[in-house]
Design a protein around this ligand. Structure first.
Ligand code: ATP
Length: 755
């Protein structure tokens, strides 16, 4: 049964396919289209021809009518009748034209219907193909199923029936297949109906087409007939005589024709111009569009290149990102490793630096010792007793006075030479250093700073300012508030220098005044109290001043405070400070104690800065009573100082320290390895020349003696105790006995002593 159905279906399918093919060839869509196109073209052509013929004939007729418009024309009636004939013919022609348009319209409709039919035919064909394909598929499926069912049946036939279920399944499937077949058959019937309807439609269209062609042929024939008729009418109208009129008419016709041709030519030219204009505009637009297109293309190309670059960059970035990610992942391990390495390196460097530091410290200590030795040697070579001279400038008041003329001059090549013109004689003085009036406080201090720093190394130092009243002693030692002298600068220098490693330093300050051989403590509670100088009961042989106040200074502010206090105390004890200061010695005693915490070593140095009383006042004053006593005391102390220095320079075994309070107090700072500087102050005025000569002669003698005895003193210094009890020592050579001098010539006395 299955086989039969399938075969039947196959046959039907074949029939349908053949039918479709036949219809296809019968309809010949392309032929039909061609025929329709030809018909349309022919119609159009006829229409144009008819139109032009009619218009030309009408024009000719109009012209002829105008020519024959005169009442005398014999052909007037003929022309009139001709015109009527023409208008009738014209109305007929219009009717035919309308009919032709209708036919054309009909033709167009029919051709569009043919088009639609053609499309419908295509659809039907596609549907047929589709159904054929589906039928093929169904057929294949059915064949497959049939084969399966046959196999099943064969299996079932081979085996005893055991289950009804399988048979039922096959039946169900068979019913499905039958249903599908029925549906296909229904569809096929519907398609066939559609096909027959279309075929009928096509036949009708063909009939209409034939009718149209026939009508066209009739119209053409009619037109030709009309034309012939018109020509005969014209020849009738103009051919009977009146050759002149005909000739004129034909001429006019020619003229009109010529004008028509010219007008047509102009029209054509205009048309051509318009065409050219149109082409030009189109061309320009095209060129513009092309250039814009080009720009757009270029931009597009740029964008593409950018895109490519960006893609490349993106790839690189991605790659970098991955690398960085890897590095970030590895970073903690690397960091730990680097930190460990850095720690090791730092430890190594620290140990290296510490070793180097140890080495440097060792070298530093060695160098410091060397520096001390060198410094000591330098000071020794310069001489333990040195003499400077400072000439003060002429003051403003002195410049106006008569004896302001200075008799002093300096050697520009040698700063140790001073010339003095005295009573027509030029005297030359050679000292260790001569400071001219323009020398600043700082310049002076730079020359004494090595002596000041010696006391840090444990040396005792004495700096005296010696000279007549008003020669500038106080100015050199104390200075002014904004330009301090040696005292304040020395203390500041000591502060800045006592920063040595391993050493602790303590700086104490005492201020003492010696007036009339009386010792007064300028920093004590009672500055008027008299102090004594005594031997230290510890048996060291050192002298000390019981009750003398020692103030510890730790900063520059402390220094200012202490110096201010001493100044105030000195001023309160007298009525006129200037006069008082001229008649008393002022001592600033600075003690520098050092302790080395590493070695346990101790050092102690003393710096005595002494502003001596004026050296000449005694002689000039002619004083008596209290003034005489002052003068005697000053004379005594200055004589004693001269004696001591002379004895030290001359290496006398007996040095008369006890002859005055001043020398007794300074005993330990003037003997042994102690260093002494005498700053001889000189006035530049001619009126003070004799005093200046005395002071300078004394200074030069001191210096000469010193230099000649430096080698022997070095030996002696090394063996001399820093605090000998000179009073008990035997004299090696006869001492220079101070000659009692008249008070008025005190300064001369000094000179005489040493000459
Ligand atoms: N180098 C100098 N530059 C400028 N002025 C100076 C200089 N030396 C001294 N003077 C001035 O000269 C005057 C006297 O100086 P100073 O009082 O120091 O002399 P003196 O020797 O201490 O006197 P006295 O023995 O009476 O104390 C002061 O007005 C001082 O300012």
């Amino acid at each position: 049964m299955w086989c039969f159905q399938v075969e039947e279906l196959e046959e039907k399918l074949l029939d349908q396919t053949q039918e479709v093919e036949r219809l296809r060839s019968e309809l010949g869509a392309t032929d039909l289209e061609k025929q329709l196109e030809l018909l349309l073209v022919e119609n159009e052509h006829l229409k144009q021809e008819l139109k032009s013929c009619r218009s030309s004939q009408l024009q000719k007729l109009d012209t002829a009518a105008e020519t024959c418009s005169s009442s005398h024309c014999p052909h007037r009636q003929d022309v009139e009748s001709l015109r009527r004939e023409v208008s009738r013919w014209e109305s007929q022609a219009r009717q035919r034209e309308r009919r032709l348009a209708e036919l054309e319209q009909e033709l167009l409709e029919k051709s569009s219907r043919v088009e639609i039919l053609h499309l419908q035919l295509d659809d039907s064909r596609r549907q047929l193909e589709e159904s054929g394909r589906r039928q093929g598929e169904d057929e294949q499926e059915l064949a497959l199923r049939l084969q399966e069912c046959e196999e099943e049946l064969a299996i079932q036939a081979a085996e005893p029936p055991r289950d009804k279920y399988a048979t039922q399944m096959v039946e169900v499937e068979l019913a499905d297949s039958q249903r599908a077949l029925a549906e296909t058959q229904t569809k096929n019937g519907a398609l066939q109906e559609q096909l027959s309807a279309q075929r009928q439609l096509l036949r009708e269209l063909e009939t209409q087409l034939h009718e149209s062609q026939r009508t066209c042929a009739q119209l053409r024939t009619q037109l030709l007939t009309d034309q012939g008729h018109l020509c005969s009418l014209l020849s009738k109208a103009f051919g009977k005589g009146n050759g002149k009129g005909v000739h004129r008419l034909s001429k006019l016709i020619h003229v009109y024709e010529g004008e028509m041709q010219r007008a047509q030519g102009q029209l054509e030219v205009e048309m051509q111009n318009l065409e050219e204009e149109k082409n030009r505009v189109i061309e320009e637009t095209f060129i513009r569009a092309e250039s814009e297109m080009k720009v757009v293309h270029e931009n597009l190309a740029g964008v593409r290149v950018n895109l490519v670059n960006l893609q490349r960059a993106l790839r690189t970035l991605t790659c970098d990102y991955k690398c960085l990610k890897r590095q970030v992942q590895d970073f903690p391990f690397m960091l730990d490793k680097a930190i460990a390495e850095a720690k090791q390196e730092i430890c190594r460097v620290i140990s290296d630096v510490s070793n180097t530091n140890q080495e440097l410290l060792r070298k530093y200590k060695r160098e410091m010792n060397l520096r001390k030795q060198c410094h000591n040697e330098l000071v020794r070579l310069k001489g333990n007793i040195r003499v400077f001279c400072r000439v003060r400038p002429v003051s403003q008041e002195e410049q106006d006075s008569a004896d302001a003329k200075t008799m002093l001059s300096f050697d520009s090549d040698d700063d140790a030479i001073l010339y003095l013109s005295n009573r027509g004689k030029i005297m030359t003085f050679e000292l260790d250093k001569v400071f001219p009036p323009q020398a600043s406080q700082e310049e002076v201090f730079q020359e004494v700073r090595s002596l000041v720093t010696s006391c840090i190394d444990g040396f005792n130092v004495c700096i005296f300012a010696y000279g007549q009243t008003g020669s500038g002693k106080t100015y050199t030692m104390e200075g002014e508030v904004d330009d301090p002298g040696i005292n304040q600068r020395a203390l500041r220098l000591l502060f800045s220098e006592v920063t040595e490693k391993d050493w602790d330093y303590k700086i104490t300050v005492s201020m003492v005044e010696i007036y009339n051989e009386m010792l007064r403590d300028l920093l004590g509670e009672n500055p008027t109290d008299k102090l004594d100088i005594k031997l230290n009961p510890d048996g060291s042989g050192q002298l000390y001043v019981p009750g003398l106040k020692e103030v510890i200074v730790q900063s520059p502010e402390d220094i200012n405070r202490v110096l201010e206090l001493g100044h105030i105390n000195r001023a309160t004890a007298c009525t006129n400070l200037n006069e008082h200061s001229s008649r008393s010695h002022a001592l600033l005693i600075i003690t520098v104690s050092g302790f080395n915490s590493t070695t346990g070593n101790r050092t102690q140095g003393k710096l005595n800065l002494v502003d001596l009383a004026g050296s000449e006042r005694i002689g000039k004053s002619g004083a008596e009573g209290c003034r005489l006593r002052e003068a005697q005391c000053i004379n005594k102390s200055l004589s004693a100082l001269g004696d001591v220095i002379n004895a030290l320079r001359s290496k006398h075994s007996h040095v008369p320290f006890r002859n005055s309070r001043l020398t007794y107090l300074l005993q330990d700072s003037l003997s042994g390895d102690s260093k002494t500087l005498m700053m001889v102050q000189v006035s530049p005025l001619a009126a003070n020349m004799s005093e200046s000569v005395c002071s300078l002669k004394f200074a030069q003698r001191v210096r000469c003696v010193e230099l000649s005895s430096s080698s022997s003193r070095r030996h002696e210094n090394s063996s001399t105790s820093s605090s000998p009890t000179h009073d008990s020592v035997e004299l090696d050579s006869p001492p220079v006995t101070p000659v009692p001098l008249p008070i008025s010539r005190a300064s001369s006395v000094l000179v005489l002593i040493y000459l």
